[in-house]
Design a protein around this ligand. Sequence first.
Ligand code: DOR
Length: 439
Amino acid sequence: MSSPKSLLIRNARIILPNGELMIGDVKSRDRQIVEVAPEISNTTSTTEIDAQGLTLLPGVIDPQVHFREPGLEHKEDLFTASCACAKGGVTSFLEMPNTRPLTTTQQALDDKLQRAANKSLVNYGFFIGATAENLPDLLLAQPTPGIKIFMGSMHGNLLIDQEAVLEAIFAQGDRLIAVHAEDQARINQRRLEFANIHDPAVHSQIQDNQAALLATQLALKLAKKYQRRLHILHMSTAEEADLLREDKPSWVTAEVTPQHLLLNTSAYEKIGTLAQMNPPLRSPHDNEVLWQALRDGVIDFIATDHAPHTLEEKAQPYPNSPSGMPGVETSLALMLTAAMEGRCTVAQVVQWMSKAVAVAYGIPNKGAIAPGYDADLVLVDLNTYRPVRREELLTKCGWSPFEGWNLTGWAVTTIVGGEVVYDQGRVNTQVRGQALTFL
Ligand code: DOR
């Protein structure tokens, strides 16, 4: 009998750490890659995968998701979300604190880690959420990729829309601060101006480019003043990209979502409130500027902001419809399809969806196919196209803003810690991920 801890992938088109392509084999043992070579001989009991014609990438690390557990499990939970990850080639995720209870204490963080240990098929990490009162928790909570601050688009304790409170957080400690940068005062004022309009397209006007720019400017100002490690979540506007292009300290990073690259305000006409998210979709011009900023390294990596809501919730008329859309099942295929269309290279997709995320968050041994790295891998098929179909989705919310899009680069086999967690439509629900560590 072959040992499940030992795996040999044969004849794959391997994207190497330097971005070059090599046809060859990858061997893993006890969760780690032990050998990468044009040909590896199979000594004893190793499970083999024939990857002829398929491309092998490091597994995707999705650094911004909302998986809803605990408290909002009617939308998603850590099991369903991690099944969706496995199907999408996502082998690790960083999850946000707007669950119930909020993840604002060590106790709440420990609870999530325990739930994930029991249920998650892929690797996991959880942000600690900032409130006006939990500075000690923000300084001490472990393990966490960083502090999440909602500068806008949030209600209740997680909203930090006062500069003095924000500054107190930036001033103390040195761990990474990730900001949802939208200016709440401007949003509040524009909500009044656009009240009683139920066309969801007004969402992009209320929470406009200027609202995003104002908050990003403030976060940058504080990051510079305190030389504080800052990450700008889901950057959405040309104005913010231009700002960072002019002045981006080495301790600042930024991400963009596939939906802000590929969808724009024209989506409201087609899918209505399913296109509603925070920060909102922008114009085709914003799409193009964000793409260029990503290609130029002004934006460092990709996150999905997977934020599922049920179709019933989404069917409420704007503004009662909640903001957010799912993404972990489609992100890799969307980006690889863009690569096949010539918008970027496959090596860049690997950089933006794996390597750069591991580097930015100090996640050891992830994001590359090389000996010593964890065997978190995805085999994708770049030769065939298949549409996004609602009935095939594993996310509990059961819909995607990209339904009908014909994509290539779908995950064929996903491997977490050397174990096959997804293969050609089948999820291996026995596999469990591990808690991520952060340097
Ligand atoms: O659209 C969004 N929905 N943006 C966020 O930042 C939060 C999210 C959610 O949790 O639903």
